[in-house]
Design a protein around this ligand. Structure first.
Ligand code: FAD
Ligand code: NAI
Length: 475
């Protein structure tokens, strides 16, 4: 017999599970269907983010940074480490345990909020007068009928043509998070977020890493001044970054992968890597959803077509996160999930795309919100800029981590903050102040006049805001 729900969410990643919790909080009888399986074929809600994305990558970034600090940075603090060695098995097991804690946490939250969870694949069967009929196939075999459906089926890694992922030698993010021995030579195709984060992990653990990027500019979406600084620092750390390459044949052998490419000068190369990570973007996922059964409209990229409010082409069917337009970020998916649940309840859910922060968890971290300097120039906006280097920040000196800067961009007339860009220690945490400021449409002077704790990295934010008016106190 079919089970009836007010809201059925398909996909239990950050977009889906958060939408389900918010819908349940608002009093709807809610179900969430997710098909992700753990190593024992049990449920593993949390999607890409929890299982093979944000969480495991940050676990390995932390572990590998600890290893690098123990090997290189501790001596400067007067801590001598002898006989340092890497137990990669333990590092990977710890990462798996961090993932499991997050999976279990979501299952607990479903129980707490009375969200019915179904472990299996959800697909549309038909729409009728009661709502949408959805079949669940997998560990749970059920038919659900929903008045409202929220689609949050996420994305999949994009493969190179003629070089499918085997997750042994040619790796997507999934394989890149589970290499069982540090490769001597690691190739990375795509100097985007995944390429830089995973390239950093394996470099810190001892791999010789080459990153091959098609575009002539490094981190094109990042403020140019920050991207230039990042390129300099990552190259100094040992990442061999090649821009403007054209990838040719990629051939997996028995133990290694050969990559043929031409460099920016047109010279041909044939490199052999022990492992190759391909991180050239992701594609929206609607595999198994059976959108044709109900006539759900997809665009040419395979993304579900939605309007500004995440409404699809069908009444009472909504879609959020990586499977729709906009940045592929967990917090963007979450915000859309909350907004949709609130709209179903007749409230005014809202997502401000201009204040979605971005973070790249390299060392130093890169974080930004709002417009870059090159965007303001292209848009013809008159602006003032202020920067402050961490070199001049007392807390950064005490930490022994003085690379990078904070940069403010403010409207030349009104002083409203238009963008904040950080490369440096804990940039991921520091950016929140800028997000709050921009949400409240603060001016640079507002931040400059707020008391910041001393000594703290956030003083660099205050100083960069002061620098907009050329009145830094410590630089
Ligand atoms: P997903 O997380 O992909 O979840 C979709 C879920 O739906 C999956 O569990 C899938 O199995 C399930 N599903 C799909 N179809 C069906 C179906 N028919 N029936 C049942 N279940 C189905 N973002 C950040 O903001 N910060 C980061 O630090 C970050 N790091 C990342 C690192 C890596 C290596 C990668 C790959 C991504 C990272 N991201 C990060 C991006 C982030 O993971 C995604 O933006 C986010 O997971 C999108 O959430 P979602 O809910 O839309 O989809
Ligand atoms: P990306 O879009 O960040 O970077 C892909 C890079 O590959 C680009 O620089 C692109 O120019 C390059 N590229 C594309 N085709 C190429 C080719 N044929 N040869 C060489 N280079 C090529 O995508 P990535 O790194 O795969 O990550 C996917 C998404 O996952 C990100 O856009 C982001 O939304 C999300 N993510 C977010 C993280 C975070 O927030 N910290 C961490 C990791 C991923």
């Amino acid at each position: 017999m079919a089970k009836n729900f007010d809201v059925v969410v398909i996909g239990g990643g950050p977009g889906g599970y958060i939408a389900a919790i918010r819908a349940a909080q608002l009093g709807f009888n809610t179900a969430c269907i997710d098909e992700w399986k753990n190593a024992k074929n049990g449920p593993a809600p949390g999607g890409t983010c929890t299982n093979v994305g944000c969480i495991p990558s940050k676990a390995l970034l932390q572990s590998s940074e600890n290893f690098e600090h123990a090997g290189h940075a501790f001596a400067d603090h007067g801590i001598e480490v002898k006989g340092l060695s890497l137990n990669l098995g333990q590092m990977l097991a710890r990462k798996d345990n961090v993932v499991k804690q997050n999976n279990d946490g979501i299952l607990y939250l479903f129980k707490k909020n009375k969200v019915a969870f179904f472990h299996g694949r959800g697909s549309f069967v038909k729409s009728g007068s009661d709502g949408y009929e959805i079949k669940v196939a997998g560990a749970a075999e059920e038919t659900l009928v929903a008045k409202h459906v929220i689609l949050a089926t996420g994305s999949n890694p994009r493969a190179l043509p003629n070089a499918p992922f085997d997750e042994k030698l040619i790796l997507s993010n999934t394989g890149a998070l589970a290499i069982d021995a540090v490769p001597k030579k690691l190739g990375v195709i795509g100097a985007g977020v995944i390429g830089l984060e995973m390239g950093s992990v394996w470099r810190r653990l001892g791999a010789e890493v080459t990153v091959l990027e098609a575009l002539p500019a490094f981190l094109g979406a990042v403020d140019e001044q920050i991207a230039k600084e990042a390129n300099k620092l990552f190259t100094k750390q040992g990442l061999a970054i090649q821009l403007g390459v054209k990838i040719g044949a990629v051939t997996a052998g028995k133990k290694d992968v050969t990559v043929e490419y031409t460099d920016s000068k047109g010279e041909a190369h044939k490199d052999v890597y022990d492992r190759l990570i391909v991180s050239i973007g992701r594609v929206p996922n609607t595999v198994g959803l059976n959108p044709e059964a109900v006539g759900l409209k997809l665009d040419e990229r395979g993304a579900i077509v939605v309007d500004d409010e995440c409404k699809t082409s069908l009444p009472n069917v909504w879609a959020v996160g990586d499977v729709v337009r906009g940045p592929m970020l967990a917090h963007k998916a979450e915000e859309e999930g909350v907004a949709v649940a609130e709209r179903i309840a007749g409230q005014h859910g809202h997502v401000n795309f201009n204040t979605i922060p971005w973070v790249i968890y390299t060392s130093p971290e890169i974080a930004w919100v709002g417009k870059t300097e090159q965007q303001l120039k292209a848009d013809g906006v008159a602006y003032k800029a202020g920067t402050f280097p961490f070199m001049a920040n007392g807390r950064a000196r005490a930490l022994g981590d003085t690379s990078g800067m904070v940069k403010f961009l403010a409207d030349a007339k009104t002083d409203e903050i238009l963008g904040v860009h950080i490369i440096g220690p804990m940039a991921s945490e520091l950016i929140s102040e800028a997000v709050v400021a921009m949400e409240f449409r603060a001016s640079a002077e507002d931040i400059a006049r707020i008391c910041h704790a001393h000594p703290s990295l956030s003083e660099a934010t205050k100083e960069a805001a002061l620098a907009v008016d050329k009145r830094s106190l410590n630089f």
